[in-house]
Write a protein that binds this ligand. Structure first.
Ligand code: APR
Length: 255
């Protein structure tokens, strides 16, 4: 039976000779694990709230308890779910490339930690991690705090409210992480943009940077994005299916 998402043979050849591969992932890669994307309608308790309005410094200043509770709900949600075949395929891709002496960088906009749980090692988190907490005043990561019953809990050092260590709309990305991501994009022979709407800057600039530096850019997304017309290869389908298919086509023994 023919594969539903055939992988072009030139792409297979490019992968087999690649020295540096970079991947940018977005919420779509976690969708098959049951983590809603930002553009999906929220359900249940949080249906009336727009994530783009809860994940902002202004929302936290206005109603810190509401924002804390929303992230606590999302933290519990991601702890209950498992990595899906898309995460697993990217971990297998990294292992296969490293075994062949090539380099691999996984740049993610996701804050759920599912790539690491699937076994990915060289992960650059552009938007932080929902499991970490930091002080809203000093920005220092905090491991534990006194259980006063107050929510958000107070920073054990300065008493300011604690917040999730994620990048909110309107905030700067961690400079070191973005510099690593830019370098990986510039140096890549192949750049995969998977499960991202390719609209939220500055992460969305990375595939364009790779294109400017003559990488083959592969988009994996069931829907078209602003990148689609420029991508070198478009694999239109869910990442759990397409990425698994890709790894299998390139290194049948690795998957
Ligand atoms: N496989 C691949 N792609 C998918 C799948 C799937 N199974 N399901 C949905 N998608 C695609 C959608 O077509 C869409 O293009 O995933 C993308 C999700 O887009 P967004 O929700 O905009 O997520 P993302 O691109 O990660 O957003 C970037 O914006 O909201 C902020 O900080 C937040 O990190 C986030 C950033």
């Amino acid at each position: 039976m023919a594969a539903k998402h055939p992988i072009p043979s030139e792409l297979v050849a490019i992968f087999r000779s690649a020295r540096r591969v970079a991947v940018l992932t977005g919420a779509g890669v976690s969708a098959e694990s049951g983590v809603p994307t930002f553009r999906d309608a929220q359900t249940g308790l949080w249906a009336q709230f727009d994530p783009a309005e809860l994940g902002t410094p202004e929302a936290f200043a206005r109603n810190p308890r509401l924002v804390w509770d929303w992230y606590a709900w999302r933290r519990e949600l991601v702890e209950r779910v498992d990595p899906n075949p898309g995460h697993v395929a990217l971990a297998a891709l990294e292992a296969a490339l490293l075994q062949r002496g090539a380099q691999f960088t996984l740049i993610t906009q996701n804050v759920d930690g599912l790539h690491q749980r699937a076994g990915s090692r060289n992960v650059v988190e552009l938007h932080g991690n929902i499991r970490r907490v930091k002080c809203s005043a000093e920005e220092l990561v905090v491991e534990s705090w006194p259980e006063t019953g107050e929510l958000p809990p107070p920073c054990p050092r300065c008493g300011a409210p604690l917040r999730p260590d994620v990048v909110w709309f309107g905030e700067m990305l961690p400079a070191e992480a973005f510099a690593l991501a830019e370098r990986a994009a510039v140096e890549s022979d192949i750049f995969i943009s998977a499960g991202t709407s390719a609209e939220v800057q500055p992460a969305a600039s990375l595939p364009w940077l790779a294109l400017d530096h003559h990488a083959a850019v592969v988009e994996v997304n069931p829907e078209a994005t602003p990148l689609t017309p420029q991508a070198t290869y478009v694999l239109a389908g869910p990442s759990g299916v397409v990425l698994a298919q890709l790894v299998k086509a390139v290194w049948p023994e690795a998957s």
